[in-house]
Structures are given as C-alpha cells and as structure tokens.
Design a protein around this ligand. Structure first.
Ligand code: GRF
Length: 196
C-alpha cells in the first residue's frame, strides 16, 4: 500500500475524494499526512474528520521556501511518505522537495494543459470563450503546471456557464479521475516503475 502525503490549500474536495476512494477500496493507498499552507482552510477539518494527521504552517513565518520545504521534508521522511499528491496546493514546489521526490509528485489542474496554466484556469477558459476545457493530472516539475501529462479529460463549456457552474462540472470530473489515475500509477509502479 502506497503511503502518500496530500498537499492542499483550500476546500479539500479532492482530498476528500481520495480519502473516500481509499475507504471504498478503489485506491490502495494510505493518506499518512496532509500538508496545508493555509492554517484556516476547510481541508484541515476534513483531515480531522478522517483521522488524517496534518502539518499546517504559515509560509510567511519562514524566510525562504527552502526553509519551510526542509521542515516539510523532515515530516515526510519521518512518516515514510513515498508519493506526494498536490490537490489544490497553491504554490510552486521548490528545489528542496523536488530533489527528493521528482517523479513522485503529481498535481491536478482544472484545464486541458498546456491551455490555461496557473491561477484561475476556469476563469481563463471562460474569458477566452473556449468551447472546451477539462482536467489534467500531471507530474510536477519546477515550472507552473508544466510537467509531463499523465491523464486528461475534457469538459464541454456551455454558453450559459459561469465560473461556479463550470467549476462544479470540472470538479465532478476531478473527483472521479484523480483517485482512478493514482490507483493506475501505483499499480504500474509495482510492476517496474513509472517513467516521468
Ligand atoms: C481543484 O480544482 C484543482 O484542480 C485545483 O485546485 C482545486 C482544488 O479544489 N488545483 P479542492 O480544494 O480540492 O476542492
């Protein structure tokens, strides 16, 4: 069983989908740690409800990203974490974590990358009057949503869509796709390693 850490900054609906998939035995993993850079975020309540240990911190209390990532790394090692799952973690991963985990960090992004990377991907798609957007699961490198794509699923955009309505349909797709892709990845790793 894969020991994973989920990193999140917000509501944590994807964290919840992962926890639920594990409970329903659709995903053979254990969420051994939640890492959260927003101490008041809803995802922390979800971790408490699920009995998942968490580490939460104020990035501004550290002088550099390397400092707080060193702190995170210490905790990941102490817990024997094998894989990092970014689920709405609103910051770039720095060299300290990449040095140990590159190829073992994945992210979910609410667009069909390389379209609409970065913040407010849903707003960007509406602004561009795109006919289609979607969801991407990808490996994480040092860039902003630039790592190799693992899986994508399209979501059609309707004329009457608002940020809220499109986000709702995109998140439905995320909650189904993310645990399924993680399960596939972890199974591939068992038989010879995933290429990044
Ligand atoms: C998701 O839409 C994800 O694609 C993006 O951030 C959002 C997080 O939502 N990276 P939640 O906190 O999982 O509800």
């Amino acid at each position: 069983m894969k020991k994973i850490a989920v990193f999140a900054s917000g509501s944590g609906s994807n964290f919840q989908a992962i926890v639920d998939a594990i409970k329903e035995k659709k995903l053979n993993a254990e969420v051994s740690l939640l890492v959260c850079d927003k101490p008041g975020a809803r995802v922390i309540e979800r971790a408490e409800e699920a009995g998942v240990e968490y580490f939460t911190f104020f990035p501004k209390q550290y002088e550099t990203k390397a400092e707080f990532e060193t702190e995170i790394l210490k905790r990941l090692r102490a817990k024997g974490i094998e894989f990092i799952v970014l689920a709405g973690y609103m910051r770039l991963i720095g060299g300290t974590l990449l040095a140990d985990f590159e190829g073992r960090i994945v992210n979910i992004h609410p667009s069909l990358l390389p379209d609409f990377p970065g913040k407010d991907a849903i707003g960007q798609a509406l602004e561009a009057q795109a006919g289609v957007s979607g969801v991407t699961v990808h490996y994480v490198d040092s860039g902003m949503d630039t790592g190799p794509v693992i899986a994508q699923k399209a979501v059609m955009i309707r004329k009457e869509d608002t940020i809220e309505s499109l986000q709702q349909r995109i998140q439905q797709v995320e909650h189904e796709l993310f645990p399924r892709v993680l399960e596939e990845l972890f199974n591939q790793e068992k038989v010879g390693g995933v290429q990044s």
